[in-house]
Design a protein around this ligand. Structure first.
Ligand code: ADP
Ligand code: MG
Ligand code: ZN
Length: 476
């Protein structure tokens, strides 16, 4: 009898506001420790929080993008616990009434789509950070992160494999970046995920779940869920019982380890935050936010297929980020004759070369206009596609235009029949045996002659013309 894995995800997404959730401190990443703090985010007594409305707007926008209900009245609560990086002794969060509820996200699975329920999105503040690295016998605390706004996005237990969980996370990651509500840089901790995992026999009620923490890359998330599901299955098959607990993923060993059991779990003693009034929004405010909704990834993919005639694969690749999609659209506007050629050269040639040196499209030394200039020279037969690849290499290296490189290196394609005929005759003179064999019926040798002529021209002869003239001259 088979087992079914059940997964629900809790994702913390850092909202990209300029200032913190309840004070005016900067949220900029990478500053000297404790330089972006004030009495409010340091937890000094008597200091009152003031809600950052940009964080509210961005959470509402995210809620609208997942077709959720926006609660026009929501509440803030105190989540109480002790930890050195939490100077107030509590986090301001939303417990009883979150800002966003009952949404969903459609994810790609095996050629089709699957709808994953999103229970809620609530707004809360981040804690500080304990620093241990390079220190002996002591830890340091950096409170720059204390008070930065987070959206906690809680899914229903709707995923049935590690791959579905990763597909959901990638979709969510792309969505918040398209909405420009988060930079969602996982390496900077701006998109963090906890995974709840249980197993059951299909058709049976849900099993006891464990919560996995410390999952800071898509690869680790997949590994951790797969390891944990196997551990639970083996445990149950050996007559044991899964206990509800929090487990930490150890990425060097690829295993999960118990961190704390249900009995040791925090009782947060939530209660309404007395320093903040209920958050009330007008219906019209929500409608105004809705009117500012940008084009979403799924819509953009469909438009790319229709407007540019791209395959669904190319449309998917080119809409990975808003920056890449915008780059493609500039390129297609500058070389309108062939949107598919634009897609190929951007996705395969330019992106491939940038990736080799760890760069992204936004770091490209070649502009969309410049790449269009290169594609124009392929279109008008000035150079072959093969030579164009060398020109692109040179463009990336020097930042120069295609025309300048073609001119300086004398790469113009030879389309002059006399010149091509001369080259063919030289090749024939140098290979009399092959000519005799070809004439005697060994037609396979045709490719050999094409190769030799192209080589003699150092790739510059127009291949279609070489083919055409060879057929004539070899028959003479
Ligand atoms: P808690 O309040 O303890 O965090 P929640 O009800 O908020 O519990 O659930 C947290 C997450 O756990 C949600 O993402 C939910 O989908 C998921 N979850 C709940 N039950 C299960 C289960 N049996 N198996 C897997 N995930 C589950
Ligand atoms: Mg929870
Ligand atoms: Zn502050």
């Amino acid at each position: 009898m088979s087992w079914e894995v059940v997964i629900g995800l809790e994702v913390h997404v850092q909202v990209n506001t300029k200032t913190k959730a309840f004070c005016g401190c900067s949220t900029a990443f990478g500053a000297e420790p404790n330089t972006q703090t004030c009495p409010v985010c340091l937890g000094m007594p008597g200091q009152l929080p003031v809600l950052n409305m940009d964080a509210v707007t961005k959470t509402v926008l995210t809620g609208l993008a997942i077709d959720a209900t926006i609660n026009l009245e929501s509440r803030f609560d105190r989540k109480n616990y002790f930890y050195p990086d939490l100077p107030k002794g509590y986090q301001i969060s939303q417990f009883a009434i979150p800002l966003v509820e009952h949404g969903h996200l459609d994810i790609p699975v095996g050629g089709g789509e699957k709808r994953i329920g999103i229970t809620r999105i609530h707004l809360e503040e981040d804690a500080g950070k304990s620093l241990h690295e390079g220190l002996e016998g002591v830890s340091h605390i950096d409170l720059n992160r204390s008070g930065i706004p987070l959206m906690e996005i809680v899914s229903e237990p709707d995923m049935r494999s590690a791959d579905e969980a990763v597909a959901y996370l990638k979709q969510l990651h792309q969505l918040v970046r398209f909405l420009d509500v988060s930079d969602a840089d996982m390496e900077k901790g701006q998109f963090r995920c906890d995974a709840n995992v249980s197993v059951r026999r299909p058709g049976q009620p849900f099993g006891t779940r464990t919560e996995l923490k410390n999952l800071n890359s898509f690869r680790f998330i997949k590994q951790a869920i797969e390891y944990e599901a196997m551990r639970q299955i083996e445990l149950i098959e050996d007559g044991g019982k899964v206990v509800q607990e929090t487990r930490l993923f150890d990425s060097t060993k690829g295993v999960t380890r118990s961190m704390r059991s249900k009995e040791e779990a925090h009782d947060y003693r939530y209660f309404p935050e007395p320093d903040l009034p209920p958050l009330r929004l007008e219906r019209e405010q929500v409608e105004q936010i809705r009117r500012g909704m940008p084009e979403l990834p799924a819509q953009m993919r469909r438009r790319f297929e229709q407007e540019y005639g791209l395959s669904s694969y190319d449309a998917e690749v080119l809409t990975q980020t808003r920056e890449l999609a915008a780059w493609y659209e500039s390129l297609a506007a500058a070389h309108p004759a062939d949107p598919k050629r634009c897609a190929n050269w951007l996705a395969n040639e330019l992106l491939g070369r940038l990736k080799e040196s760890g760069r992204d499209i936004v770091d490209s030394p070649v502009s969309a206009q410049q790449l269009a200039g290169l594609l124009d020279r392929i279109a008008d037969n000035t150079i072959s596609g093969k030579i164009a690849k060398d020109v692109l290499d040179a463009m990336i290296e020097s930042g120069e235009d295609a025309d300048a490189i073609i001119e300086a290196r004398g790469l113009k394609q030879v389309t002059d029949t006399t010149a091509i005929d001369d080259m063919i005759r030289e090749v024939m003179a140098a290979n009399p045996e092959q000519v005799a064999q070809y004439k005697a019926g060994k037609e396979k040798l045709f490719g050999f002659f094409v190769g030799q002529v192209m080589k003699a021209s150092r790739g510059k002869a127009n291949p279609a013309m070489v083919n055409e003239r060879l057929k004539v001259l070899l028959r003479e």
